[in-house]
Design a protein around this ligand. Structure first.
Ligand SMILES: CC(=O)SCCNC(=O)CCNC(=O)[C@H](O)C(C)(C)COP(=O)(O)OP(=O)(O)OC[C@H]1O[C@@H](n2cnc3c(N)ncnc32)[C@H](O)[C@@H]1OP(=O)(O)O
Ligand SMILES: O=C([O-])CC(=O)C(=O)O
Length: 371
């Protein structure tokens, strides 16, 4: 048996959804650069789930399908209100609420492809409503109902703030969602696939994936990046802060990657987005600090930023609360999880690897009185 710690380098499945090859990331064969520049998030979700970009009619229908399914049942609002708002992490709320959506969906256990795709639409559409409702409820505000005339990205920001976002904000957020939509066999996607490969339902798969995304070595890193940036109040402080963290053998959040060793292509796009957005909004200080830290870590450790690093600057500048950064990632990545769940179920086999045993050798049982 061969084993590598953390399954590094192990090819665990075939997949036709996204590819990372020579540090180039593609979704269904389209480069992430082209999609981020030219597509909308809805087009990308359709692409991930169906294998092809939609034509104009298909896109219109898909958009209205999402918009028509964005309202959540009252039980979800009641559940969110009943949770201890000030103490609980929004990712824990999201995990609980998506699981509850499954409880309330009478078709949760219908496993045919058509019904699974309808449930996929329902989950993708409702997840924005859940995240934004939680944010408002914990501030003592009423949740804002989704609007049918807004695109997915604009609707999220509208439900969060209660007012329509600017065109720049909506487009920047749309692009950010595209960049996070899928990423081959990352930890949360693998989790989703393992879960549904037992023939468990799609809600269980997404709930399990949310749990895996929450951790700071994965999606949770974007929140930790912002917490770090908040602690460093000026560029002149950054050198000391980073040196100190490295001396203490702490990991610098938003840097390093299991697969990319020459840099994450998404981070390059996000860096430019962060620069433009912060210049536009007069918050350039945060971008300049981030760029300085990137330079420091590159020189000190040879490490490059991953997709979580500049996300922090972008989300913060868009006015998103820091602990909502990872839920925002989940809103986008749901599209990838669902694509992988559908692919897994389309040609399923139970996922059950082996463990190389390194415990005690075979030994005789000793009765409790004799121990
Ligand atoms: C969307 C995403 O999930 S992107 C990843 C988000 N996560 C983060 O940003 C958290 C910070 N980064 C990390 O912890 C890691 O780089 C990971 C988890 C992303 C990848 O981990 P692995 O492939 O297991 O690499 P591993 O943790 O073994 O690191 C290899 C070496 O680089 C160092 N290293 C890797 N990342 C960092 C970092 N961010 N800061 C400091 N040192 C680092 C490790 O300490 C280790 O050094 P050593 O060989 O001297 O012990
Ligand atoms: O692929 C990974 O290991 C982590 C990552 O970048 C992602 O999920 O977007």
């Amino acid at each position: 048996m061969t084993t590598t710690k953390g399954l590094e380098g192990i090819v665990a499945t075939t997949s036709a959804i996204s590819s990372i090859h020579n540090d180039v990331l593609t979704y269904r064969g389209y480069s992430i650069e082209d999609l981020a520049e030219q597509a909308t998030f809805e087009e990308v979700v359709y692409l991930l789930w169906n294998g092809e970009l939609p034509d104009a009619v298909q896109l219109r229908e898909f958009r209205s399908n999402l918009a028509n399914n964005a309202t959540v049942p009252d039980e979800i609002y009641d559940l969110i209100k009943a949770l201890p708002h000030q103490k609980v992490h929004p990712m824990a709320v999201l995990r609980t609420a998506v699981s509850a959506l499954g409880v309330l969906d009478e078709q949760a256990d219908d496993m045919d492809e058509k019904t699974n795709k309808q449930k996929a639409i329902r989950i993708q559409a409702k997840i924005s409503t859940i995240v934004t409702a939680f944010s408002r409820i914990r501030q003592g505000l009423e949740p804002v109902a989704p609007r049918k005339d807004l695109g997915f990205a604009a609707n999220f920001l509208y439900m969060l703030k209660g007012k329509e976002p600017s065109t720049v904000a909506a487009r920047t957020f749309d692009k950010a969602l595209i960049l996070h939509a899928d990423h081959e066999l990352n930890a949360s996607t693998f989790t989703a696939r393992v879960c549904v490969a037992t023939l468990s339902d799609i809600y269980s798969g997404v709930t399990a994936a949310i749990g895996a995304l929450k951790g700071p070595l994965h999606g949770g890193a974007n929140e930790q990046v912002m917490r770090m940036l908040d602690k460093i109040t000026s560029i002149s402080e950054a050198d000391f802060f980073i040196e100190d963290a490295l001396a203490k053998k702490q990991k610098i959040m938003g840097f390093g990657h299991r697969v990319y060793k020459n840099g994450d292509p998404r981070a390059r796009i996000q860096k430019k987005m962060a620069e433009e957005l912060t210049q536009d909004s007069g918050e350039e200080k945060l971008y300049l600090l981030s760029a300085h830290i990137e330079e420091l870590i590159r020189n000190r450790k040879g490490l490059l930023p991953n997709t979580d690093f500049y996300s922090a600057t972008i989300y913060h500048t868009l006015g998103i609360e820091t602990d909502l950064f990872t839920p925002v990632f989940a809103v986008s990545r749901t599209s990838g999880w669902v694509a992988h769940i559908l692919e897994q179920l389309g040609d399923n086999r139970l996922i059950r690897p082996r463990a190389e045993y390194n415990g005690q050798p075979y030994r005789a049982y000793v009765p409790v009185d004799a121990r």
